[in-house]
Ligand binder design. Structure first.
Ligand SMILES: *Cc1c(COP(=O)(O)O)cnc(C)c1O
Length: 400
């Protein structure tokens, strides 16, 4: 770790400085090392590196200096001992499962998680004898009841997508540790700028770096953060063997993304708060989901657990799918896409895209109605975003 790996510096300073190792060229910005392998001085040194007697680079599937800078900076920001960067957010979840689970193990997962994570658990982990039970995110009794003797992992995203439901991470960590389990938190929506799960007792943090860590919609990547045993040894061991590693170029983009993370997350949160309040006042909108609203059922928990409310706002339109699609199709600024965490605002109809795979009953269970629209609020002027939505909303008023 670098000299910035201590408690004397604030988050903003660490986000800009941690993990940088300046080369003899004296560069100001972090360099990119696009090299697949590394050269040894002597045959004896090669042997020492391979045996582990001498630390150092061998091959970029194992370690790469650009990737390490990203890993050390993110580990510092999350407050973890170790970080392993991966080729995608899904690869981070896969590496965690493969590194920590054995045949016969059981996962208890929130039912409100990223769609591909559910598919990974149900279609692939199941093939290797790992079973999963799903529980309602905020219901701690349901989590406790679902834990079996063979339960190894508790897996959660908070706030949830798209309904911004929360779980009390501290309480869930207590529950997990009472029974000796590992609590894994996918911290994609808040990032460490707004929420630090490890300091609340979680064991492992997962990231899709693709989202806010990049913040400008350019690269796919992920990361796992935790202690030197579970992450530094077990997850890393799988990664260096199986190979879903992060490329040096992507690591460099994410490293530079971390430098503006705190600024961006504050701006996303502020914009989303303004938009949520405005949406709540529109007669064509039945309900707005945003943890920063006083009307959010877990507003108090959000205030306690997060230092900001994030950039995701969802709302339910009167009149179901047709009206939702009409508002989306009337936008000229917002991008109709399922990605999020970008400077460019995105708008999504969950029922027919991210949650289309569910049966109508499952969707109703999960609270994903046909009139639900999700916005990942970007950094355009907030009045331009409101006008962009107003066009469609006005159209509904005329028609209804
Ligand atoms: C996007 C996302 C993932 C998957 O990340 P990829 O980088 O797309 O593989 C996992 N979890 C959450 C919450 C996400 O939003």
């Amino acid at each position: 770790m670098t000299s910035f790996d201590d408690n004397n510096y604030s988050f903003e300073t660490l986000a800009v400085r941690a993990g940088q190792v300046r080369t003899s060229e004296g560069e100001q910005s972090e360099p990119i090392f696009p090299t697949s392998s590394f050269v040894f001085e002597t045959a004896a040194q090669a042997a020492a590196r391979f045996s582990g007697d001498e630390p150092g680079n061998i091959y970029s599937r194992f370690t790469n200096p650009t990737v390490r800078t990203f890993e050390e900076r993110l580990a510092t920001l999350e407050g973890g001992e170790s970080c392993v960067a991966t080729s995608s957010g899904m690869a981070a979840i896969l590496a965690t499962c493969m590194g920590l689970l054995h045949r016969g193990d059981h996962i208890v997962s929130s039912r409100s998680i990223f769609g591909s994570t559910t598919v990974l658990f149900d279609n692939y982990m199941a093939r290797f004898g790992v079973s999963v039970s799903y529980v309602p995110l905020s219901d701690l009794n349901a989590w406790e009841d679902a834990i079996r003797p063979c339960t190894k992992l508790l897996f959660v995203e908070t706030p949830s997508n798209p309904l911004t439901e929360l779980v009390d991470i501290e309480a869930l960590a207590r529950l997990a540790h009472d029974k000796g389990r590992v609590l894994v938190v996918d911290n994609c929506f808040c990032t460490p700028a707004l929420q630090k799960p490890l300091s609340l007792g979680a064991d492992i943090v997962i990231h899709s770096a693709t989202k806010y860590l990049d913040g400008q919609g350019r690269c796919i990547g992920g990361a796992v953060v935790g202690d030197s045993e579970l992450v530094g040894k077990e997850v890393y061991g799988f990664l260096r063997t199986a190979g879903p590693t992060m490329s040096p170029f992507n690591a460099w983009v994410f490293t530079k993304g971390l430098e503006t993370l705190s600024l961006r997350m504050r701006a996303h949160s502020q914009q989303a708060g303004l938009l949520a309040e405005w949406l709540e006042a529109q007669p064509q909108i039945e309900r707005v989901f945003y943890p920063g609203l006083a009307s959010h059922p877990q507003h108090e928990l959000a205030r306690r657990q997060q230092s900001g409310f994030g950039g995701i706002v969802s709302f339910e339109l009167v009149g179901g799918r047709d009206n939702a699609w009409q508002v989306m199709d009337a936008t000229r600024v917002l991008s109709i896409t399922a990605n999020l965490g970008d400077t460019k605002s995105t708008i999504t109809h969950p029922a027919t895209t991210t949650h289309a795979r569910l049966t109508p009953e499952q969707r109703a269970d999960a609270g994903i109605s046909d009139g639900l629209v999700r916005i990942a609020v970007g950094l355009e002027d907030i009045d331009d975003i409101k006008h962009d939505l107003e066009r469609g909303l006005e159209g509904l008023k005329l028609r209804n």
